[in-house]
Design a protein around this ligand. Structure first.
Ligand code: C2E
Ligand code: CA
Ligand code: CA
Ligand code: CA
Length: 279
């Protein structure tokens, strides 16, 4: 029973226990989610802010839990990573992303590529590159039509292995983006040596560029660095016209964010692409 004085510690302990059992429950539910058809892939367009044209789409997984409703990937992806389920889940997302992209290609929609998030554990798996190659072949995609997004934490976990994997992917022709750029703590030196095609500036840097000159200067510096190292630069989390305008002025033309489009179902993106193609 709880004693006065020890109450706070007991409270924390209860909380920790609840969190742990909640996580265990989610993990066991997640084990069945793929087979039971509870997962869905949504897509968020990357837009050319000069023309409004859709350039690419990022696949973002959704989990419709039978009793909890929508569970955020920010909650279940870490659980999938820790439990090893991420390999199966990640392969499923890759397949769904490529399948939808192939259908848009056949319909003649002008989308250059589809981007898929890849976690550290997935990248380190020795089956990963083979899975990518098979999935591309299965759906008739060229490797250049796939972009893999990894975070800087992937590099910190095991730089040598990550680099080797990325080089294998690059040799296939897959393009590689560093996600949430700027939020990790790895060395900038890797930008020179790593086979990376694009940097995605994290939303945390974009959020106050219209109100803070410091934030604006920082983003300007990131854009300059990307350009100096020959990489495409993408701004994430753009929610306002003012942010899009500033980014365009600074030479960052590829934008992803609620200002243009929220993530949407494959069917909704198909509709949007059909609209864009119409003269
Ligand atoms: P992320 O890869 O950085 O994806 C961007 C997140 O920001 C998405 O959240 C997206 O819905 C959200 N977002 C996009 N534009 C805006 C905006 O203008 N404002 C705000 N406030 N948010 C915006 P989501 O879909 O909840 O995904 C969260 C994270 O979960 C992703 O962050 C990614 O790290 C992870 N994730 C999602 N799907 C997958 C997947 O298939 N595999 C792996 N490994 N991770 C995934
Ligand atoms: Ca991403
Ligand atoms: Ca991101
Ligand atoms: Ca993120």
């Amino acid at each position: 029973a709880k004693k006065a004085g020890g109450g706070l510690a007991v409270f924390f302990e209860d909380d920790m226990n609840r969190l742990a059992s909640e996580r265990a429950q989610l993990e066991s539910d997640l084990r069945h989610a793929v087979q039971d058809g509870e997962l869905e892939v949504h897509f968020q367009p990357l837009v050319d802010c000069r023309s409004g044209a859709l350039l690419a789409a990022e696949a973002l997984v959704r989990w419709h839990h039978p009793t909890r409703g929508a569970v955020s990937p920010a909650t279940f992806i870490p659980i999938a990573e820790r439990s090893g389920l991420i390999e199966e889940l990640g392969s499923w997302v890759l397949d769904a992303a490529c399948r939808n992209f192939a259908a848009w290609q056949r319909a003649g929609y002008p989308l250059a590529r589809v981007a898929v998030n890849v976690s550290s554990r997935q990248l380190r798996s020795d089956r990963f590159v083979a899975t990518v190659r098979t999935t591309l072949a299965k759906h008739g995609l060229r490797a250049s039509q796939l972009e893999v997004e990894i975070t800087e934490s992937v590099l910190v976990d095991d730089m040598a292995l990550a680099t080797a994997r990325l080089e294998e992917l690059r040799r296939l022709g897959v393009s590689i983006a560093i996600d949430d750029f700027g939020t990790g703590y790895s060395s900038l030196a890797y930008l020179k040596t790593l086979p990376v095609d694009a940097l995605k500036i994290d939303r945390a840097f974009i959020v106050d560029i219209a109100t803070s000159s410091g934030a604006l200067a920082l983003v300007r510096a990131i854009i300059a660095m990307a350009q100096a190292t020959g990489k495409t630069v993408v701004a994430e989390g753009v929610e306002h016209q003012a942010q899009a305008d500033l980014l365009r002025q600074m030479g960052c033309y590829c934008i992803q964010g609620y200002f243009y489009h929220r993530p949407m179902s494959a069917a909704a993106l198909g509709g949007l692409l059909a609209e864009q193609r119409r003269p």
